[in-house]
Design a protein around this ligand. Structure first.
Ligand code: ADP
Ligand code: MG
Length: 737
């Protein structure tokens, strides 16, 4: 048998299946294939017979397919056809019905082909009842090797030869679990050397398996203990590789020179401070001082500023921007949405007053200009903003993703502020910092979603963190109530009556809906969920309903992401000016929108939103010193997790506590952001939420390795792993662009 290496082509072990595997999973090398870990393990000893079944029991068994029939039927809810595969399987003594449902024809056909009469497989699922008979619905299925379908004896021999824990791999409609398993088994036999990223001393110290053993046991364990030990080792590897990448990035940054921005006495910053209508909180002062110190240092600042909604991060950022302008540089503020960019622009211009009218009639002689650049601006406005940025006329440029485009140039970009980090990936930050040319700018990242320490370590490991804990004085508490329509359908009338009272008292309100209109899709999850229940509240329905019904006579405005930019801007301005009483909106108002006179918010179908999102949204009210009110309207039943989440939001205003709650319930991908999750990031076994200790240990190891051997010349396998990680990050970035 010829020896192969980690980087050998996939076809060396997968033969003709290689191209299918590449197409399905993107793997090209043996190493990538070996990183395809089983999704599930099934204890062979735990295989059940089909006697004495009980309802809801989870069973796993080997059986032969004796009948398999596809039925098509009209899908009333979605329209079109749906498919049902009715299967009967038999063991030596018993028979059992299995039913598989598919909505897509190609999937249904694939299933019918795979689970064909005469084939033998492993089935696993929960026992249900249908018309007085036991039945399994959509059980997990693993059909044994192709080509043996007609010979149950052979298939059973194959079953006997399998290790004691059966592995089930993530599969697709074109590549089946057994094909992957065959290729992996072959790869494990043929591969000569398995790369080892872990220094031997560290491996011993932490009691970890050697690399080859770990790989063998993750794919072919004979016991749960072997599987666990393998996971422990491979998890450490994942943590070490990411932490090494971050340690290197930190080392590079620490070695970079940046232009120190020390400002000047009597400059814009001093004059801004003089006219600030409030005093900074202690926290704001401390963090501001930290930031100004960073700016004055000779290497680039990379700071994450965390702070509750309304904790006053913007002022801190603005002071930093003014310091940079005072030093002859420019600052860019990157916002996640148009609405937010427009609002930042508006409020910065307002706060600066004549200081923002530099070079204009009536403006301050020393003043600067604040430019706005968003994707959907008209050509003329856009040209002029581009010119102001490139010439340096604009000391501050506020914008959305549009700021990242190649066309955008700065005369001397000294500071990049990113608002609401969780919407921007690391690469986007990088794209903006590259605009500063040879000397990198300082970077300040602001987020209102508190990030747990380990996530910060993993994803934002190259950032220092500061946190604003207190809210500015005079911030009134927000009272939050759940309105359970399922138990109290009549309460919706009281909700609208309450809004009317607010408006009559001279205040303004938000009504938030999960959807724009009937055709708008939420996330996949929302759409899937929407299939089941009643239609979700949509802006396009609720606004006219209120205007002609419960809120007749009030001025109702509409706001959502699909409106043209100028209309969004106009609407937000009228709302800010008090010309709209009730703004019916989607979550576009989630982040940062700041209208002090808005005191009440009604969130319809509140159970559709995450805990942190709800907390963010309600932070929009009660900002102007008047008490805020937030009503979480829901159709969810009492006692369901959805209702418990809402109760938690109503019960506490501690964003950090809610964020922890949220993290427990969300999946990893949401936490890391799409760009950092999944196979590309190399994080398969490591959870930034659950494996805090591993991450901390790996961080220590990585620091040591990088300090001792910055180029990793004595750690070739680790170096290669990093190269692969970078390549895939690069590939990811290109794909998105
Ligand atoms: P966030 O941290 O959510 O971005 P903002 O910076 O938007 O918060 O601040 C929210 C509001 O609080 C703004 O209207 C701002 O002017 C005001 N604010 C900020 N700092 C203070 C302070 N120290 N005292 C009083 N009001 C403040
Ligand atoms: Mg903000």
């Amino acid at each position: 048998m010829t020896a192969i290496t980690w980087d050998s082509k996939l076809s060396a072990v997968a033969g003709s299946a290689a191209s299918k595997i590449e197409k399905a999973f993107g793997y090209r090398t043996v190493g990538e294939l070996l990183g395809h870990y089983p999704r599930r393990y099934v204890d062979k000893g735990g295989v059940s017979d089909l006697e004495n079944l009980t309802l809801d029991e989870h069973i796993t068994f080997v059986a032969r397919v004796v009948r398999s029939q596809q039925k098509a039927y009209p899908d009333r809810r979605r329209g079109g056809m749906a498919y049902r595969l009715e299967v009967v399987v038999a063991t030596e003594h018993d028979r059992l019905a299995l039913t598989f449902f598919d909505k897509k024809k190609h999937l249904a056909d694939w299933r019918a082909r795979t689970i064909a009469e005469g084939s033998t497989g492993l089935f696993s699922g929960k026992v249900g009842r249908f018309r007085n008979d036991w039945q399994l619905t959509n059980p997990q299925t693993k059909i044994f090797g192709a080509g043996h379908e007609d010979e149950a004896g052979l298939a059973l021999a194959e079953f006997d030869a399998m290790p004691d824990l059966l592995t089930i791999y993530p599969a697709t409609s074109t590549v089946q679990s057994w094909q992957i398993q065959d290729a992996i088994t072959l790869a494990l036999r043929m591969i000569e050397e398995v790369p080892d990223v872990l220094p031997e001393a560290v491996r011993r110290e932490h009691g970890l398996l050697d690399a080859r053993q770990a790989l063998e046991w993750i794919h072919r364990p004979d016991s749960w203990g072997e599987k666990g030990a393998a996971e422990k080792r491979l998890r450490f590897d994942e943590a070490l590789v990411t932490q090494t990448a971050l340690a290197q990035r930190r080392a590079v940054l620490a070695a970079l020179a940046a232009e120190p921005r020390t400002g000047r006495p009597g400059g814009l910053l001093d004059r801004f401070d003089e006219r600030l209508p409030f005093t900074l909180t202690d926290g704001q002062q401390q963090v501001s001082a930290q930031v100004l110190d960073d700016l004055a240092a000779g290497h680039p600042m990379h700071r994450l500023l965390q702070g509750e909604v309304g904790s006053g991060k913007t002022v801190v950022a603005l002071r930093a921007m003014l310091r940079v302008v005072d030093s002859g540089g420019q600052a860019a503020l990157l916002a996640p949405t148009e609405v937010l960019a427009q609002q930042h622009h508006r409020s910065i211009v307002e706060m600066l007053g004549d200081l923002a009218a530099g070079g204009m009639l009536g403006g301050d002689a020393d003043g600067t200009q604040v430019a706005l650049l968003t994707g959907s601006m008209g050509a003329a406005a856009r040209r002029s903003a581009l010119l102001d940025a490139a010439s340096g006329t604009a000391g501050i440029v506020v914008g959305t993703h549009a700021l990242l485009e190649d066309k955008v140039q700065f005369a001397d970009l000294g500071l990049v502020v990113v608002d609401e980090q969780h919407r921007f990936g690391v690469e986007q930050r990088a794209a903006l910092t590259e605009k500063a040319g040879a000397t990198p700018p300082h970077v300040l990242v602001m987020t209102a979603t508190p990030i747990p320490r380990t996530v910060a370590m993993t994803v934002f490991g190259d950032l220092e963190t500061s946190t604003l804990v207190e809210l500015p004085r005079g911030r009134a508490p927000i009272q939050t109530n759940v309105v359970p329509l399922r138990d109290q359908p009549g309460w919706i009338e009281r909700v609208w009556a309450r809004l009317r009272e607010e408006v009559e008292a001279g205040r303004q309100c938000y009504v938030v809906c999960p959807r724009i209109d009937d055709t708008s899709k939420g996330s996949d999850e929302e759409t899937a969920a929407a299939d089941e229940g009643p239609a979700l509240a949509a802006v396009a329905d609720i606004a006219p309903m209120l205007e002609t019904g419960a809120l007749e006579g009030l001025r109702v405005g509409v706001m959502h992401g699909r409106l043209p930019a100028d209309e969004k801007e106009r609407t937000m301005r009228s709302f800010a000016d008090g010309d709209i009483d009730v703004l019916v909106s989607t979550t576009v108002i989630e982040v940062g929108v700041d209208v002090g006179n808005a005191t009440a918010m009604v969130i319809l179908d509140a159970d559709r939103f995450g805990v942190s999102q709800l907390h963010q949204m309600r932070g929009r009210v009660g900002r102007g010193g008047h008490p805020g009110l937030c009503l979480l309207v829901t159709n969810a039943e009492a006692g369901t997790p959805a209702r418990e989440r809402l109760a938690a939001v109503a019960a506490t205003s501690d964003g950090f506590e809610l964020s922890r709650l949220d993290l427990e319930q969300r999946r990893e991908g949401d936490v890391l952001g799409a760009s950092q999750s999944g196979r590309r990031s190399g994080l398969k076994l490591l959870s930034v939420i659950r494996h805090e200790e591993v991450i901390a240990q790996a961080r220590g190891v990585a620091e040591g390795v990088v300090a001792d051997d910055p180029a990793l010349s004595r750690h070739p396998d680790l170096r290669h792993a990093l190269e692969r990680l970078r390549e895939s990050e690069q590939a990811d970035y290109l794909e998105k662009a």
